[in-house]
Design a protein around this ligand. Structure first.
Ligand code: UD1
Length: 421
C-alpha cells in the first residue's frame, strides 16, 4: 500500500489546475442508465471512485469507453443486462446507490446492495427509499439488498424531504424524469453538483424547473436522449488547495476554479484575513504576509460551509493564533482527523459535534493515517506546514478524490513524494 511522505515548511507558490468534480461526475454517470443513447462526459477527473462507478455501470451492461487520456467518458446503456448492483462494489463507494433511481425508472426493477455505514457516520438511505416509494416503487429488503420494483412504471408525486440530502435528491430527480406525470420535490438539496446533473438531464430532454432552488418540478417523459456534457469544476478540491496555500503562507493560483461555487467558504477565508481575487484564469490566493485570525465555522447544506472542507479547515486553524470553533452539523462522526492532528501537536478539544481549536505555533511531522478521504487530505495539509517529516498511510483514500495530489503540490514547491510501503 502506498504512503505519502512530506517534508513540511515550504510555502506553496505556483499554479494548480482544478479538476472536474468527483461528486458531480458520479451522479452524471448514473444518469446514463436513463437512456439507450450515448452520454458523453468531458472534464472527467482521474480518480478511483470514477473507476469504481465505471465498473458498476459495466456490470449492469453499459458500454463504458474512456478516451485516450481518460478525460472523457462515453457511456451507452443500449441494454441493461443485469439489474443488481453488487455488495462488493457498493460497499466501496456509497455513491453507487445512485444507480437505484435510474435503474428502477428505466427498467421497473432493481436490486441494489445497501451501502452500510462508513467512517464518518451511519449515513442511512431511508430518504432515498422514501422518495422512490412515493414514486410508486415497491421495496423490500433482503440479504442486505434493496429489491425495488415498479411494474407499471413510476408515477409522478410530491416528495417532501424532512432533511436535505444530496444523494436522495439526485436519486429522486433521476427517477422522476421517466415517471408518468409531474413530480414536485420540496426541501431538495441545492448543491452545485445537483445543478450540474439537472443541466445534463435537461440536455437529455428532461423537463425540470427550479434548478438551484429547494423546490424542483419535473414533468416525466417516456424516454430521454443522449447528450454531451462538461463536468463542473471540483469546488472541494479548489477549497483544499486554497487552504494548502493558506496554511503554508503561500501564494497559489487556481486555474479552472472560480469564486462562484464557494461563497460561504470564501467568506470564512476573508474573515481569517486572507487576500484573494478572481483572475482571468480562475482565482488567486495570497497568504504570504497575513496575520491570520481565528474563526467560527458551522457546516451546513449548500450554500452553507461544506462539510467536505471541514477537516481541511480544521487543519489550517490549528496554526491560527487564538481559539477557533468548528461545528459539524451534517455528519455525526466526522472528527476522525482530530486524534491524528493532535499527534502532530494540534490542540483541539471535542465536545460532541463541536471542536474548539486553539492555535499553536508549530505542528510537528509524524506518521499518521486517516479513515476517509477528506480526513486524509487534512493530514496532507497539516504535513505541508509541519516541521519535519509527515508520513500519511492509507493513501487509497486520497486517490478516491484527489487526482495526482502529490504532483499538483510538488509543482507548487512542496517536498512531497509517494512511496510504496
Ligand atoms: C454527498 C457527497 C458527500 C458530502 C455529502 C454532504 C456525493 C457522492 N457525496 O453525500 O461528499 O459529504 O453529500 O454534503 O455527492 N441522510 C439520511 N438518510 C438518507 C440520506 C442521508 O439520514 O437517506 C443523512 C446523512 O446521514 C447525513 C445527511 O443526511 O447526515 C446528509 O447526507 P447526504 O447529503 O445524503 O450525503 P451524500 O449524498 O451521501
Amino acid at each position: 500500500m502506498d504512503s505519502i511522505i512530506i517534508e513540511g515548511g515550504v510555502p506553496l507558490s505556483g499554479k494548480v489546475k482544478i479538476s472536474g468534480a468527483k461528486n458531480s461526475c458520479l451522479a452524471l454517470m448514473a444518469s446514463a442508465i436513463l437512456t439507450e443513447e450515448p452520454i458523453n462526459l468531458n472534464n472527467v477527473p482521474k480518480l478511483s471512485d470514477i473507476t469504481t462507478m465505471s465498473s458498476l455501470l459495466a456490470s449492469l451492461g453499459l458500454e463504458v469507453q474512456n478516451n485516450k487520456d481518460n478525460r472523457s467518458l462515453c457511456l451507452k446503456a443500449r441494454d441493461i443486462s443485469n439489474h443488481r448492483a453488487h455488495y462488493n462494489i457498493v460497499r466501496k463507494m456509497r455513491a453507487s446507490f445512485l444507480v437505484l433511481g435510474p435503474l428502477l425508472a428505466r427498467e421497473g426493477f432493481a436490486k441494489v446492495s445497501l451501502p452500510g455505514g462508513c467512517a464518518i457516520g451511519a449515513r442511512a438511505v431511508d430518504l432515498h427509499l422514501d422518495a422512490l416509494r412515493r414514486l410508486g416503487a415497491r421495496l423490500k429488503l433482503e440479504n442486505g439488498y434493496v429489491i425495488a420494483s415498479a411494474t407499471g412504471g413510476l408515477v409522478g408525486t410530491e416528495i417532501d424531504f424532512p432533511i436535505k440530502s444530496v444523494g436522495a435528491t439526485e436519486n429522486a430527480i433521476m427517477a422522476a424524469t421517466l415517471a408518468k406525470g409531474r413530480t414536485i420535490i420540496r426541501n431538495a438539496a441545492r448543491e452545485p453538483e445537483i445543478g450540474d446533473l439537472i443541466d445534463c438531464l435537461q440536455k437529455m430532454g428532461a423537463e425540470i424547473k427550479g434548478r438551484g432552488s429547494a423546490t424542483i418540478e419535473i414533468e416525466g417523459k417516456n424516454r430521454l436522449n443522449g447528450s454531451t456534457h462538461e463536468v463542473i469544476y471540483d469546488r472541494i478540491e479548489f477549497g483544499t488547495y486554497l487552504l494548502a496555500a493558506v496554511i503554508t503562507k503561500g501564494k497559489v493560483s487556481l486555474s479552472g476554479g472560480k469564486e462562484i461555487l464557494n461563497r460561504e467558504f470564501l467568506n470564512k477565508i476573508g474573515e481569517m484575513g486572507v487576500t484573494y481575487k478572481s483572475t482571468s484564469e480562475g482565482f488567486m490566493v495570497d497568504a504570504t504576509s497575513t496575520d491570520l485570525q481565528p474563526i467560527k465555522v458551522t457546516t451546513e447544506p449548500y450554500p452553507g460551509f461544506p462539510t467536505d472542507l471541514q477537516a481541511q479547515m480544521m487543519a489550517t486553524l490549528t496554526l491560527v493564533k487564538g481559539e477557533s470553533e468548528i461545528n459539524e452539523k451534517i455528519f455525526e462522526n466526522r472528527f476522525m482527523h482530530v486524534p491524528e492532528l493532535s499527534r502532530m501537536g494540534a490542540k483541539i478539544k471535542l465536545d460532541g459535534t463541536c471542536a474548539m481549536v486553539e492555535g499553536v505555533d508549530q505542528l510537528v511531522g509524524a506518521p499518521v493515517m486517516a479513515t476517509d478521504l477528506r480526513a486524509s487530505v487534512a493530514l496532507v495539509i497539516a504535513g505541508l506546514a509541519a516541521q519535519g517529516e509527515t508520513r500519511i498511510n492509507r493513501v487509497y483514500h486520497l486517490d478516491r478524490g484527489y487526482e495526482y495530489i502529490e504532483n499538483k503540490l510538488a509543482q507548487c514547491g512542496a517536498q512531497i513524494k509517494r512511496v510504496q510501503a
